[in-house]
Each structure stands twice: as C-alpha cells, then as structure tokens.
Design a protein around this ligand. Structure first.
Ligand SMILES: [Fe+2]
Ligand SMILES: [Fe+2]
Length: 500
C-alpha cells in the first residue's frame, strides 16, 4: 500500500540538514504544546506554573527524548526518510496535527473520543507500514506525555488506558488498512479498530459502575457515553484520514493507491486528451500497460506503478500526434520533412512527456519514465533514410534519443514492453515462437547498446520479462478463427445467407 518513494542519496550535508530540521520541528512541537497550554490556562498560567513547575521540565525532556529516539530510528533503520526535508516535514506535520486534535478533543469532548488511528493510517498509506508502526508508538507516547503533563503528572488510570487504546488502535489500523483499497473499506477499518477500544473502555468503566451501584442507571449511562466516545474516535480517525489524505498527497506529492487509481482511470485529464487527440497512441499505451503489468508481476515490481507509467509513457506525443505512425491515416507527414527534422520531432516526445507530466504536477516517477523510456536508442528508420540521401558522414547521435537511459527496473520494463508491443504488432504471423524471437531481439539489441547499464536489472529478471511478454502478447494478439465471409439478403421467407 505504501508507495511514496524516497531519494536514496545521502551526504554529510544532508545529515547536518536533517539534524537541523529535527531541531526546528522539535521547537515547533514545543511551541504547539505551549500554545495549547496557554489557551487552556488563559488567565491562570502563573498559578499553573507555580503549582506544576516541575512537570514543565518533565514534558520538555520527554518530548526531546522522543524526538531523539525518532531521529536515531530513522538514521539506523529508515535513513531515506531523513534524506529530504519534505519527508521529515510529512512526519512532523502528522505528529503535530494528531497532537493538536488529541489535546483539543481530550479537553473539549472526551479523552476516549480522540482520532487514535489517524497518524497510523496516514503514515501507513503515504509512507509505509514499517514507518507507520514506529510513528504510531511515538504518537501514542507523545499524547501520553501531554496527558500526564497537563494533568500535573497525576496517575489517572484513564491516561494509561488512553495510551493503550492509541497504541493498539493504531497498530490494528495499520494491519487492516493493507487490504482497504476502497473508501468504504477504510471506514470498515475504523469500525474494526473500535472493538478493542470498546472492550478497554467497558472494563475500565465497569469498576466505576460497581462503585456507584447505588446509582446504577447514571453509572451505566456514563459507561455507554464513554463507549460512544470510543466509537466516535475510531470512526473519526478514518473520516479525517479520508478527508486530509488528498491534501497530503498534493502538498507532499505522495503517491497512494487511491491517487494511482485516479491517475490511471479513463477520466484522468491527460489520458482523456490522449484518447481524443492521439487515439492510436492511447490504444498503444493501453496495450503497453497490460504488458508492463505482467512484466512487473514477473519480477516482483509494483504492478500499479507499472500500469501508470505505461499509460503515461507517450503523452509527449500530444504535441505532434499526427507525426506518429499509430495516429496517421494514409498520408505520412514525414514525406515532406528532412530525416533530421523528422528524427527531432520523434525524439522530442520523451522530453515533451516529461515537461507535460511535470506541468500537471503528476508524480515524478511518471515524468522520469516518460523521459527515459527510449534511453539513448537510435531512431533507425530516419537514420537509414538520411543515409540513403547523403554520401557524407552522419552522426548517429543526431538520430538518437537524448536519454537518460532507464534508471530503474520499472523504466527498463516500460522500455522493453513499449518496443515489444510495436515490434510484435509488425510481425505478420503472431505465433509465440515469432513473438519470442522478436522480444529476444529487442532485449539483446538494448543490451548491446548498453541501455540497462544505469539500472539494477539482472539477467534473470530480463529472462522473466521476456517470458512474461511472450505469454501476454499471445493473449493480446491471439489467433482468431477465420470466419467465412457471408452475404445476407432478405427473401420473402426471411433473411438468407450465402458465401461471399
Ligand atoms: Fe515513446
Ligand atoms: Fe510507446
């Protein structure tokens, strides 16, 4: 479910920058705590400080300790999180929001009505399960520190129950949300995590009920009210999650299954444009998507990513759709152009795709793959045409894509699936042996031209990709039974057919 990709680079400068950013966010968090306390104790702050002065230091130290632990965890276990300010800001923004919500709900509604699973759900979907598990613990402890601090370090059992509820509800949400790929299922996760919350509240409050057995109905009402708050907290977590997730997706440019689904649906703006203005390219992209999904599944890459990358790989053709074979009718515009100009128009679709995807604020990996999907391959047709027209030397680079070469396995998959779709379409008899031969030729040609030298794809994976493509292409271009051509004509007894 987690689909945010992080920059893998790491340097001393980034190390110092990450420490500075953590310190800034620590100050912000302390500022938020101070602001909320000021709001709560407005007019009585001096008296509060006098009475609970020691708890201020306790809270400050505990928050600092949690932030240091958080940094150490990321440093040793998930260093990529520290590599960009955006990732760090995402973590702290979630912590800050949850902290404010927990404080205000605890103060103005009830301690059990807090959106306990919000941080867990958000981080799980935006970043990943592993990071979400850790951040859920930090969040639960942070709220616990605030509770004990605001309560003057009192040992109220509700604080400990609240800690357990935050932790367990968050953990359950993380494990349940893995399969929740629709909004309705996410709400069901909210209902599922409520079950243990209700048990904890019931068992905690039942002692109050027993103590107040003389006034049983009122005590029972208290239990039911707190259980209602628990239900509210669980369901609110998922409703808040669904409401703020799209905002986070845009602000932090994160990719989730929900956003991927929107991007790959036929309603997506650029895909609709492609369908209307370059129908041939659109159909080609749909077939490449099918092939890329099979390749990704074969080597354990993310299938949803592969589908999205394939659908967007040729959107750069929207600039000059009629210059690409798949969108041409009888007339070929290149007949009027020099081979140099034709090659220039053809190869510009990689850069144009990159620019178009960036301009529409779509995920970076789509832009990168659009730019890399032809690597530095020569545009053979126009190179050969130019050779025929000149006696002099030709620079093949003038007839080649400008790269870069595929930087990821996914980009390599799109490169191979793209070329295979076009090549196999050109093969007359679509027998598996012919498809196999064509795809083998495509992969070998790209290996000879070192197109995979900048990504970590292995020979084993290339073999699996070849086999997946052969299997898929025989499905796409399966043999059709030749139906006899029959002419129908009306007779006075009905319709009669005869061989044409
Ligand atoms: Fe292309
Ligand atoms: Fe293509």
């Amino acid at each position: 479910m987690a689909i945010l990709r992080f920059n893998k680079d790491w340097s001393r400068k980034q190390f110092l920058a990450s420490i500075l950013l953590f310190f800034v966010h620590f100050v912000i968090l302390i500022g938020i705590m101070a602001g909320l306390l000021l709001w709560k104790e407005w007019g009585h702050l001096a008296a509060h400080m006098k009475q609970f002065g020691a708890s201020y230091l306790y809270a400050l130290f505990c928050v600092l300790l949690l932030i240091v632990i958080m940094y150490l965890y990321f440093f040793f276990e998930e260093r990529t999180i520290l590599s960009t300010g955006k990732n760090i800001a995402l973590m702290f923004t979630m912590l800050d929001l949850s902290f404010i919500a927990s404080w205000l709900v605890g103060d103005y509604i009830d301690i059990f009505a807090r959106p306990v699973a919000l941080v867990a759900l958000m981080i799980c979907v935006l970043v990943g399960r592993r990071v979400a598990v850790f951040m859920n613990i930090i969040n639960a402890l942070l709220v616990f520190v605030a509770d004990t601090f605001a309560g003057g370090l009192s040992a109220d059992s509700a604080y400990y129950s609240s800690l357990l509820i935050s932790f367990s509800a968050g953990m359950l949400a993380i494990f349940f949300c893995e399969k929740a790929k629709t909004r309705f299922r996410v709400v069901l996760v909210g209902v599922a995590i409520v079950i243990p919350i209700e048990f904890i509240i019931f068992l905690l409050e039942i002692s109050t009920f027993i103590e107040n057995v003389g006034n049983g109905w009122q005590a029972l009402q208290g239990i039911l009210l707190h259980m209602g708050y628990g239900l509210f907290g669980g369901v609110t977590s998922t409703i808040l999650f669904l409401s703020i997730l799209p905002v986070f997706e845009v602000i932090f440019n994160c990719l989730t299954v929900y956003r991927l689904r929107e991007l790959t649906s036929s309603d997506a703006k650029i895909l609709q444009k492609l369908k209307a203005e370059a129908p041939g390219t659109y159909n080609h992209a749909m077939t490449v998507a099918q092939l890329a999904e099979a390749c990704a599944a074969a080597i354990g890459e993310n299938v949803d990513y592969a589908r999205a990358a394939a659908l967007y790989h040729d959107v750069g053709k929207l600039h000059y759709p009629e210059h690409f074979t798949e969108n041409q009718g009888e007339y070929n515009l290149h007949d009027e152009l020099t081979p140099e100009l034709s090659a220039d128009i053809i190869r510009s679709h990689a850069n144009d795709g990159y620019d178009l995807i960036k301009a529409n604020h779509l995920p970076d990996f789509l832009a990168d793959i659009a730019l890399q999907h032809h690597g530095t391959m020569p545009i053979r047709y126009f190179y050969a045409k130019a050779l025929k027209m000149t006696d002099g030397e030709l620079n093949i680079e003038d007839f080649s894509y400008m790269g870069p070469k595929p930087q990821t396995k996914l980009a390599a998959i799109i490169m191979i699936a793209d070329a295979s779709e076009a090549a196999v379409r050109a093969v007359d008899a679509r027998k598996p042996e012919q498809a196999e031969k064509a795809i083998r030729g495509i992969i070998e040609e790209r290996m000879d031209l070192e197109q995979f030298s900048e990504c970590d794809i292995t020979m084993v994976e290339l073999t699996k990709i070849r086999m997946a493509l052969v299997a898929s292409l025989s499905g796409v271009y399966h043999h059709r039974i030749k139906y006899p051509s029959i002419k129908y004509k009306r007779t006075e007894y009905g319709t009669k057919g005869e061989n044409a």
